[in-house]
Design a protein around this ligand. Structure first.
Ligand code: GCU
Length: 459
């Protein structure tokens, strides 16, 4: 008996002795992540696509000789939008069933292949860990904040670690699980203070949300995938590709960020404080694009607030006003998209896209979507408020087909006129590049859908 266990111990010792170097070797023999600058990677994709040059995007500065167009009479060079209700074979669809089984899959495939790229069939598991909890008073509401890390399983390629940064805040003592809004948040450099909003001080959006009895979550997209073309061989995209560069239809950062939001929602489904059937997603600018992509692809999200999303978001690609396909296809921004998207900056043009952004909004049907923007004077025309409005408006035929209400008009409304009568909503506030002034309007829209039976505990 005794000699047997000594033998066992000996064998265990020998196994450890021999496997340690092998384990070490297996990691060190893995090829390290490929290092490319954004320009090199962009060029590599152009080579794969057989493209030698692309058109340069216009400049945001109206004084530049290459200024973007801000003249409404020149904004519509490609007036024919793809019809979300016409199949690729030319047949019109007339039933919700045809939408779900035939046309919607066609549109998803086009967005996957040509615009945002494909999420790999197998992505690693995420293990969520609560690393800190604290109770604060926000406004007058007592709220519990949990700081979490989503550890992405990197056992297939240990040279890359991805740890997703999420915080979840819910009112304390709510009698039942609460609706929650998740924001894709910017991380500003230390010491940077975003410009104070004009007008009287308003409660933060977080406070406004808590006062409704809802919770909120902050997801840091760059903890999933860095916002740079030189980092596509790292982050979640690099991890799945084991440090190798992307194929032309691989996912870009927008889908990677959306994937992160979906993993955060997986966590929320396990959090007893949250009603995971009532979780919304919100973002501004590049994260407005990400919010719309999240909503379009993950039907578990109940509502979206898509702010100043511009090109690559709700703005029609075919609108020649403000930022253009060429800007996003350039080496500064292509990493948001699939490599294939670069083709549409040359030799192809936006009119060759098999789909347009109204069909991305349509993918969200029947769930409610709020599209927002700032003012032309303060925010500027770069994001193209009217282009985003039209993206929302032309999604209407799909909403109606599935029994919901469209925006109610295709006429661009005067500033600060909220269009809230349907399941697609729009408002242009009179401030700058921020969602701030649209929060109260978004919340009143969202209240029609998000239900809670609890009033938060006031201090
Ligand atoms: C640039 C870019 C936009 C983007 C914005 C942002 O202006 O052209 O597409 O939305 O940056 O995210 O701040």
């Amino acid at each position: 008996m005794r000699s047997l266990s000594i033998t066992k111990l000996y064998l265990l010792f020998m196994w450890i002795l021999f496997s340690l170097p092998i384990m070490g070797q297996s990691t060190s023999s893995l090829p390290p992540p490929v290092q490319l600058t954004a320009e090199q990677d962009h060029k590599r994709l152009m080579n794969l696509l057989g493209i030698t040059s692309i058109r340069r995007g216009p400049d945001g500065n109206p004084q530049s000789p290459n200024a973007a167009n801000f003249d409404e009479t020149k904004a519509n060079p490609y007036p024919n939008l793809p019809d979300p209700l016409v199949l690729k074979n030319g047949k019109k669809i007339t039933t919700a069933k045809q939408w779900w089984t035939q046309r919607r899959p066609e549109i998803v495939e086009d967005f996957d292949k040509e615009i945002y790229g494909r999420v790999p069939a197998h992505t690693p598991k995420v293990r969520w860990e609560i690393v800190q909890t604290k109770i604060d008073t926000i406004g007058k509401i007592l709220a519990l904040t949990k700081k979490l890390i989503g550890h992405v399983d990197n056992s297939d390629y240990p040279l890359i670690s991805v740890n997703i940064d999420l915080t979840v805040t819910t009112p304390v003592n709510a009698p039942s699980p609460v609706p929650l809004l998740m924001e894709f948040s910017f991380v500003f450099p230390p010491g940077f203070r975003p410009p104070a909003p004009a007008g009287p001080p308003a409660p933060s959006w977080q406070q406004q949300v808590l006062e409704k009895g809802w919770g909120y979550a902050i997801l840091i997209p760059t903890s999933v995938q860095a916002d740079k073309g030189d980092s596509l061989t790292r982050g979640i995209i690099g991890l799945v590709n084991k440090g190798q560069p992307r194929k032309v239809d691989d996912w870009g950062a927008l889908r990677a960020w959306a994937w992160g939001a979906s993993r955060a929602l997986d966590y929320l489904q396990t959090d007893p404080a949250v009603d995971a059937k009532q979780v919304g997603i919100e973002g501004l600018s590049r994260y407005g694009k990400a919010a719309l992509v999240t909503m379009a692809y993950d039907s578990r999200f109940a509502i979206a607030f898509v702010g100043s999303s511009g090109e690559g978001g709700a703005k029609l690609h075919r609108r020649m006003y403000g930022e253009q396909v060429e800007n996003v296809a350039s080496s500064g921004e292509y990493h948001w998209m699939a490599g294939n998207f670069i083709k549409y900056a040359g030799p192809l043009t936006p009119k060759d896209l098999p789909i347009d952004s109204h069909e991305l909004v349509a993918l969200c049907a029947p769930r409610p979507v709020f599209v927002g923007s700032g003012s032309l004077q303060v925010e500027g025309g770069w994001v193209d408020a009217k282009g985003m409005f039209l993206g929302a408006a032309y999604a209407g035929s799909v909403y109606k087909l599935v029994g919901k209400k469209d925006l109610g008009t295709t006429e661009f409304p005067p500033i600060e006129t909220a269009l809230l009568s349907g399941d697609i909503a729009f408002r242009q506030h009179s401030g700058g590049h921020t969602n701030g002034p649209n929060w109260p309007t978004f919340i009143s829209f969202a209240e029609r859908y998000l239900k809670t039976n609890s009033k938060p505990t006031q201090k």
